[in-house]
Design a protein around this ligand. Sequence first.
Ligand SMILES: Nc1ncnc2c1ncn2[C@@H]1O[C@H](COP(=O)(O)OP(=O)(O)OP(=O)(O)O)[C@@H](O)[C@H]1O
Length: 388
Amino acid sequence: MTLVVVYNPVCGDRTAEKFFNEEVLPRLKEQGKIPDKVIATTHPNHAGETIVELLKQTTESLTVILGSGDGTLHEIATSLHHSLDRQVQSQVAIVLVPCGTANALYSSLFPSQSDDPSYRLKSLNLYLSPSPTSIVLSSATTVVHPSQPGGDTRSSVAIVVASTALHAAILHDSEALRSSHPGIERFKIAAQQNITRWYHARVKLVPSHEHESVELYDVSRRSFIAVTEEGSIELEGPFTYFLSTVNVDRLESLFRIAPLHATLPSRTPALDIVIVRPLRNPTINDDSEGSRLRFAEQGGIVLGGAYRDGAHVNMIYGSDGSVGSEENSGQSVVEYYRCGGWEWIPDRDDEHARFVCVDGEIFNIEAGGKATTSISGNIHGTQLSIFA
Ligand SMILES: Nc1ncnc2c1ncn2[C@@H]1O[C@H](COP(=O)(O)OP(=O)(O)OP(=O)(O)O)[C@@H](O)[C@H]1O
C-alpha cells in the first residue's frame, strides 16, 4: 500500500499548509504512518498528475491524504479519466481533509457545521481508527460534443456536480469575483446577476441500464416513481435550473440542493437531477421580460428552500402560481429526477444556455453542439473510495 500526502496550499483560505504541519502530519507520525511522499501542489492539476504518475509506478493500491476543496479531487478524477494508457485496474482511497471554500463532498459525508479543527479530521481519524470504513465514490463523465463530426470533443469527470443553466452561469461569473470575494458570498452575488435569465435547451434523461426507467420524485408519495416503462425521456425548455449531483446532497454545508441523495439513497450509482422549468407555473404562459421578472422571485424561493434543509423538493404550485407545500394541489415546482445520464442540447442562438459546469470547471458548448453526462462506479477501472 503506497501512502501519499497531497495538499493544495492555495485553496480556500490558504491555511492547508499550516493545518497539515500542525495537525495532520503529527497525527500520522504518532500512529506510525510514514507517507512515501508529501506534496504541496505548485500548479493547477498537479494533484492529478501526481496520482496518475504514482499509479504508473506501482501495482499496489494507493491511499491519498488529500488536503483540498472539491476542485482538486475533481482534477484527480479527470486526470484518471484522461490517462487511458494505464494498464492496471487500481484502487485509490482518499482521506479527505477539507481545506477548500465549499467542501461539498466533505460536508455531505460529515453533515455538521463546526469551526472546530477536529471537525476537519473526521475522515483522517476514521482512516487511523482500528476499524476504518470507506465508501466507493461514483463519477459522472461529461462529454462536450462539437456541432460537426470530427470537431473538438472535450471531457471531464465530476465527483460532485455537473450542471448547466443558472448554476453553471453562477460558477462562470463567480470565478471573476474570486479575488474580491474569496468566501462563499461570491456565489450569492453571481446568483443575483443571473436570476432573471431563462435557458433554452432540450434535455434527454437516460436510465442507468437499458431495461430500467428514469425515476421522478413524487411529492405526494414522498418517494421515487418510474416515469416510463423503460428507456429515456425528453424535456423541453426553457429551464432556469438544471443541475445533477453525484455523491453529495449539498454543495456547501447549508445549501442542500439534492437532499434525496441522503434521505432516499440509491442502491446503485445514479445522478440526482434538480430541474426548474418556469412554464410549469400555472400563471406563467410566455417567455416575456415580465414573466422572467415575476419568476425570478420564485427562483429565489426555490434556492432559499435548498438553504432550509432541502425544503424546495416538496414545494407545490397553488392555482394562483404561489409556491407552497401540502396545502397546494398543483404541480411540483422542482422536478427531481434520478437516472444514469443526461443530454443537454442548447438552442443554437442561446449563448447563455451553452455553459456547462463540471465540479466548477466551465465548458462552453459550441453553437449546434451538446453536452452529455453519464454515471459510473469507476474511472476506466480505477475505483475511487473515501474514508467516511
Ligand atoms: N499551487 C497552486 N497555485 C495555483 N493554483 C493551484 C495550486 N495548486 C492547486 N491549484 C488549483 O487550485 C484550485 C482550487 O482548489 P480547490 O477546488 O481544491 O479549492 P477551492 O476552490 O478553494 O474549494 P472548493 O472547490 O471546495 O470550493 C484547483 O482547481 C487547482 O487547480
